[in-house]
Design a protein around this ligand. Structure first.
Ligand code: HEM
Length: 314
């Protein structure tokens, strides 16, 4: 049989490969043997489809519990996508405008999808099934989503994560140990009269509080708000995107999410308790917490109307 001819392109590729492997003291020929024996990649192996589809373990036999689990997982994957962008943004010492704005566009696109898809929860499950299977999930709550909190730390200074009404309790807004006890979600899940934390909060803190503290410290001078102030102050292109990010993360997603609490938990004459034990009607509405990542970008009137209908229509 005639030997196959090695065309010049292939010879050039082999030369480059040989150089690459030689640089690491490796023998290309052995690696080519490996290539000969290895299987072709399949779609299902690449995305770990079987593993992915095995990650839903309902606690009850109500079929709609699958929807509840899968939609939470979808949301966490979107949160992951958002964090991947925020990691890249905050890793750059001198981000250029194009990079900064394109990455913010990605973040906003992901948040937009989350806002728009929330009807899967609000309209997509039978209320009776939900009210039964959720009892098997106590005291777990989406409140315990660590990625949601991490997005907040990436976005802004930690003082902006204290509810407006609690700011006076913070002595030094630049010191994470002064701010940490007053974060809005810690206050929201603490009984005012007794100071007792809900079990949902206690477990969450035990698992994640140290990590949050480290993250807050590492991002202190390079969170998105700090980067804006250092490099893009007053830049309209960036300001527009940051305002969109603030609105999506702190008004539109929270309102879409709150609709599900209203749909399932509001019932005359008595409201049903939230799984995480918060007073959700006071805790979830953005107009009460007034969490704003980028306060410098909003007028006094816009901040006063945060989360109210007049603001949202703009
Ligand atoms: C039927 C659907 C849902 C209902 C009724 C619901 C209800 C609630 C309630 C009542 C709270 C307040 C904390 C508590 O006391 O438990 C809460 C917080 C939260 N939930 Fe949901 N939730 C739903 C779906 C989701 C989904 C799909 C996610 C996606 C991860 C999610 C993420 C969150 C987050 C991040 C918080 C904390 C919000 C904050 O601290 O501002 N929830 N939820």
């Amino acid at each position: 049989m005639e030997e196959p001819k090695v065309n010049p392109e292939l010879a050039e590729q082999l030369k480059k490969l040989q150089e690459k492997y030689a640089a690491m003291g490796q023998d290309l020929s052995s690696y080519l043997d490996g290539l000969l024996y290895s299987d072709y990649l399949t779609y299902w192996d690449y995305i770990h489809l079987d593993t992915l589809l095995s990650l839903q373990n309902p606690k009850t036999s109500f079929p709609d519990e699958h929807i509840f689990i899968i939609y939470h997982q979808i949301t966490e994957l979107y949160f992951r996508l958002i964090i991947l962008e925020l990691e890249q943004i905050t890793a750059k010492e001198n981000p250029d405008e194009k990079f900064f704005s394109e990455r913010l566009d990605r973040v906003n696109r992901y948040f937009g999808h989350l806002e728009n898809s929330f009807d899967i929860m609000v309209k997509g499950m039978e209320r009776d099934q939900f009210l039964k299977f959720r009892m098997s999930l106590l005291p777990a709550s989406g409140f315990q989503s660590a990625q949601y909190r991490m997005i907040e730390f990436y976005a802004t200074d930690f003082i902006n994560l204290v509810a407006e009404k609690d700011r006076k309790s913070v002595t030094d807004g630049n010191n994470i140990d002064d701010v940490l006890p007053n974060l809005y979600w810690r206050s929201g899940a603490t009984e005012l009269a007794t100071g007792k934390k809900t079990l949902t909060l206690q477990q969450f803190e035990k698992k994640y509080l140290d990590q949050f503290r480290d993250l807050g410290i590492s991002l202190k001078s390079k969170n998105v708000y700090q980067l804006y102030k250092k490099h893009f102050s007053g830049n309209k292109n960036i300001t527009d995107r940051l305002r969109a990010f603030d609105t999506l993360a702190n008004v539109l997603w929270p309102l879409a999410h709150m609709k599900s609490a209203a749909h399932y938990l509001e019932k005359d004459p008595e409201d049903i308790k939230a799984t995480g034990g918060t007073n959700w009607q006071k805790y979830l509405p953005p107009r009460f917490q007034k969490i704003i990542f980028f306060p410098e970008l909003w007028s006094e009137q816009e901040k006063a109307e945060w989360g109210k209908a007049a603001f949202i229509r703009k």
